[in-house]
Design a protein around this ligand. Structure first.
Ligand code: 4AD
Ligand code: MG
Length: 465
């Protein structure tokens, strides 16, 4: 018998009054006194569940069906009809219910019918995809991932895989995890090997913080490229917006400049949200009921709002004019605090903003120095609730400037010699940006903590599974 998924039942109308076979898990088992069990079954293909009507006439009714608890896996065959109940559209009149897997000690099953907090189920990352909420987030995450790839593909961008194990510090910020084969319990072995370069790669290597620099090598040959993969930051930022391992989309374009690239980034963001509105409406309705009452409106407004483009220096002047509101310092050359960012996005502009031309000391060595020699052609896109969602810049394409930035920042010149080749041999103006996938999913779903929007979160002190 052909397998039918629940999403098909709800989206294709050729199953009605036919015999269907579904595979899934029990979400609820309500027994009626007249000898009928109403089973609610989900299979992960949709937020929808399907009601199964199983009667005492089934051979395993008393021996098995009435004992089914939340989480048991089942195969069910029966007639799909319109439901007489008002809570659901369809139901399946079961001809056959086969139990594939029981739940050991249902009273101990962490994903029980009892409502648990998001924080509690975070302790069971291997079981939490069985909850409706994580199912919804997973489907939205997958839609967004596909949307970003398709969008870039439609603009002629080529996907390039950049290395995860790397010997370069792409951001020049030093917060990298070291990768080694050495016995971490033996300090003298570590010391000897590191001094003599006898570890696995015969040099120090790290988990990448960004694929940008190697991506630039491909942009300087293929013109339009992107990479999409996990990145790692060994930073002690234990906030609701930071992960230690997160997914970053990086886009790089040759023969380009900062203005063109930030407008493209805005378009890409809006397109991904449009795709969610078009493809995940039942997921959004679920979130509208449970997480954010205004979600559909909010997303719809977002795609129709022009982002505000503003210089960092003008931002500082706005903040200075309103300095009575803030307890934190407002100084040209300092990063904006999250309160200041919130004020700009939520109160002052009431719109997403693109801040451009940051002081060079705030930004990475590879960003193109502006004519004032104080700022760089960098941009950050800030959105409501999240703050920074995208960071990017024009890249320094003049070798002398790049050289002096590398020295200024105290970086090891030798490490970047290959990168300077891209400027030595047929240099081109180019620009790009990085989008944090989880920040985007946070923004879309209205979920408060980034630990919920990645399957197995890694944060300070936490790397389970
Ligand atoms: O601003 P970042 O650090 O930029 C780069 O790494 C550049 N090399 C990107 C480029 O131009 N190719 O990071 C880019 C984005 C941020 O705007 C944010 O959305 C996300 O990555 N991000 C994080 N997301 C979750 N947890 C963290 N710890 C993050 N750090 C950055
Ligand atoms: Mg940034």
């Amino acid at each position: 018998m052909k397998k039918t998924s629940i999403v098909d039942i709800y989206t294709q109308n050729n199953y009605l009054h036919k015999v269907v076979t579904i595979y899934g898990w029990i979400r609820n088992n309500r027994l009626s006194k007249i000898g009928i069990s109403f089973l609610t079954v989900y299979d992960g293909s949709s937020t929808q569940t399907i009601q199964i009507v199983a009667s005492k006439l089934l051979s395993n009714y008393y021996t098995e069906i009435i004992k089914l608890t939340i989480g048991c896996s089942v195969k069910i065959t029966g007639n799909l009809i319109l439901s007489k109940g008002y809570l659901q559209v369809y139901e399946i009149q079961a001809k056959y219910v086969r139990i594939l897997g029981w739940i050991d000690h249902p009273e101990l099953y962490p994903i029980s019918a009892k409502k648990h907090t998001i924080e509690h189920i975070r302790n069971f990352c291997h079981l939490r995809p069985r909850t409706s909420l994580i199912g919804v987030i997973s489907r939205i995450r997958s839609t967004v991932f596909q949307s970003l790839n398709q969008f870039l593909n439609s603009y002629g961008y080529l996907w390039v895989s950049t290395p995860i194990i790397t010997s370069i510090d792409a951001e020049g910020a030093g917060s990298m995890f070291k990768v080694s084969m050495l016995d971490i319990n033996n300090r003298s072995i570590i010391k000897n090997n590191l001094n003599n370069n006898t570890d696995f790669f015969k040099k120090k290597v790290f988990l990448t913080v960004s694929g940008q620099l190697t991506l630039e090598a491909y942009a300087c040959a293929l013109s339009k490229v992107y990479s999409f993969g996990p990145t790692f930051r060994a930073e002690n930022s234990n906030t609701k917006k930071h992960l230690t391992e997160f997914w970053m989309l990086e886009v790089e374009k040759s023969f380009s400049n900062i203005n063109e690239i930030f407008l493209f980034a805005e378009k890409l963001l809006k397109n991904s949200i449009m795709d969610v509105l078009n493809n995940c409406i039942s997921e959004l309705l679920f979130l509208q009921k449970t997480i954010d009452k205004n979600i559909i409106n909010r997303l719809n407004n977002f795609i129709h709002t022009n982002f505000i483009i503003i210089n960092y220096t003008d931002v500082i002047n706005i903040l200075l004019k309103n300095k009575h509101i803030f307890t934190d310092d407002i100084v040209w050359g300092k990063d904006l605090s999250s309160n200041q960012e919130k004020y700009l996005v939520h109160v002052y502009f009431k719109a997403p903003i693109i801040i451009i031309n940051y002081p060079k000391m705030l930004k990475a060595f590879y960003m193109k120095v502006n004519d004032d020699n104080k700022t760089v052609a960098a941009f950050d896109i800030l959105v409501p609730q999240i703050g920074e969602i995208i960071g990017g810049s024009a890249r320094e394409d003049r070798i002398q400037y790049l050289d002096s930035r590398i020295s200024e920042m105290g970086l090891n010149k030798k490490d970047y010699d290959w990168y300077k080749d891209l400027r030595r041999y047929g240099t081109v103006p180019h620009a790009g940006f990085g989008l944090g996938l989880e920040r985007l999913i946070l923004f879309i779903t209205g979920i408060k903590n980034i630990r919920e929007v990645i399957p197995f979160p890694r944060t300070v002190g936490r790397a389970d599974f």
